[in-house]
Ligand binder design. Structure first.
Ligand code: CAA
Length: 380
């Protein structure tokens, strides 16, 4: 067993940390406050290879492994959880899906620009009536000669208002339920695809989440991803990889909240001494550090299992469940250790608290992760 990161992985961590500290830190609070899309930072992430970390080099990626991808998302999210999810969606929900299920033509035409940062991707499964019950798709795609005509409404499309390509799930055969769902590669510039609204959110405000509508949208058949009826399986397979990214994002948020709490309790004095010298505070810091370490090990192991080609469905659900609940718990405690100051926007922990919450919800709620884990461990 080997617990040490490779030299390349350590160098990547250092590179992403420097980028996040130097380029993202100065504007993170303002972008959060005003929900400003970080166009320039997204462009720079592309230049650094952070939009296609684990995609093969021949398809425009950095050619690294999924453990490196997890480290990159963790380090981005430690400074700015919005950048973390923007990159995570592009890397695992989009690039991975096309690399795994796409034709050679789709890889050359669409994956290369996405993985190299020249284009941006989004993933569209959720609908007003299809959240945890992802198979309850109402969006329809009807074959019409050499194309499909798509109609419907999609919710919570991260990157939706800036995306060039969207992996979209739609029903091609409602009589077959989950087996009637098909995946498509939408060109957002074509007519019939529009952004209805950008959500005004509690956290990750610099990353945009959109409601999108398809109204008589014509998609050429070459843009179908996989076969008709494979869409649900494709979506679930993609989400397995995506959940590594969200676990890593949660880990970065938890680390940030912990570092803020550690720094604050060292300098804040009450009753004549720094408050970390009080046992209740010291024990809280100890619990934070312990839970974060456990979350990191779970997340890295899930990524490692994917890199080894091992099954990792149960492992990634455990990682996402534990890391997201660790992020929420750590951010809550970090505010408590800051006292009233933690409730003020003068300190970063209130942002970590708001950013942490979504990690328990998107890409499968904590309840769905428990469902997946319980199914896996009780399978005969
Ligand atoms: N990996 C691979 N295949 C899977 C899978 C997984 N994790 N989970 C299910 N499948 C497969 C099953 O093996 C089955 O295939 P077969 O028919 O060939 O046997 C098929 O999918 C149907 O599976 P189930 O019968 O288990 O399906 P279900 O309807 O009972 O529910 C669920 C499955 C786990 C609840 C699923 O619906 C789920 O994960 N829901 C959560 C959806 C989710 O994560 N949404 C997030 C949207 S993206 C987002 O958050 C926005 C963003 O941009 C960040």
């Amino acid at each position: 067993m080997q617990f040490r990161l490779s030299e390349d992985q350590q160098m990547l961590r250092e590179m992403v940390r420097q980028f996040a500290e130097k380029e993202a830190r100065p504007t993170v609070a303002e972008r959060d406050e005003h929900a400003l899309w970080p166009a320039e930072l997204v462009r720079k992430m592309g230049e650094l290879g952070l939009m296609g970390v684990a995609v093969q080099e021949e398809y425009g990626g950095a050619g690294l492994d999924y453990l490196s991808y997890a480290i990159a998302i963790e380090e981005l999210s430690r400074v700015d959880a919005s950048l973390g999810v923007i990159a995570s969606v592009n890397n695992s929900l989009v690039c991975y899906g096309i690399e795994k299920f796409g034709s050679e033509e789709q890889k050359r035409e669409l994956l290369v620009p996405l993985a190299s940062g020249q284009a941006l991707g989004a993933f569209s499964l959720s609908e007003p009536g299809a959240g945890s019950d992802a198979a309850a798709q109402k969006t329809t795609a009807v074959r019409d000669g050499d194309s499909y005509v798509i109609n419907g409404v999609k919710n919570w499309v991260t990157n939706g208002d800036h995306a060039d390509t969207i992996i979209l799930m739609a029903m091609t055969d409602p009589s077959r339920g989950a087996k009637g769902i098909t995946a498509f590669l939408v060109d957002t510039r074509a007519p019939g695809c529009s952004v209805v609204k950008v959500e005004n959110k509690l956290g990750i405000r610099s990353a945009h989440s959109c409601q999108m509508a398809y109204d008589g949208y014509h998609l050429p058949a070459w843009r179908r991803l996989g076969e008709e009826g494979q869409g649900f399986k494709i979506a679930m397979t993609i989400l397995n990889a995506g959940r590594i990214g969200i676990a890593a994002q949660a880990l970065g948020i938890a680390q940030a909240a912990y570092e803020a709490a550690l720094g604050y309790t060292r300098v804040r004095e009450q009753f004549g001494k720094p408050i970390h010298e009080f046992q209740a505070v010291g024990f809280t810091l100890a619990d934070m550090a312990t839970r974060i370490k456990a979350a990191r090990l779970l997340t890295y192991e899930a990524a490692w299992r994917k890199d080894q080609g091992l099954d990792y469905v149960q492992d990634v659900s455990m990682a996402k469940l534990f890391a997201s609940e660790t992020a929420m718990w750590t951010a809550t405690k970090a505010i408590q250790l800051h006292g009233s100051n933690g409730y003020s926007k003068e300190y970063p922990v209130e942002r970590h608290f708001r950013d942490a919450k979504i990690t328990e919800i998107y890409e499968g709620t904590s309840e769905i992760q428990r469902l997946v884990i319980s199914r896996e461990i009780t399978r005969g």
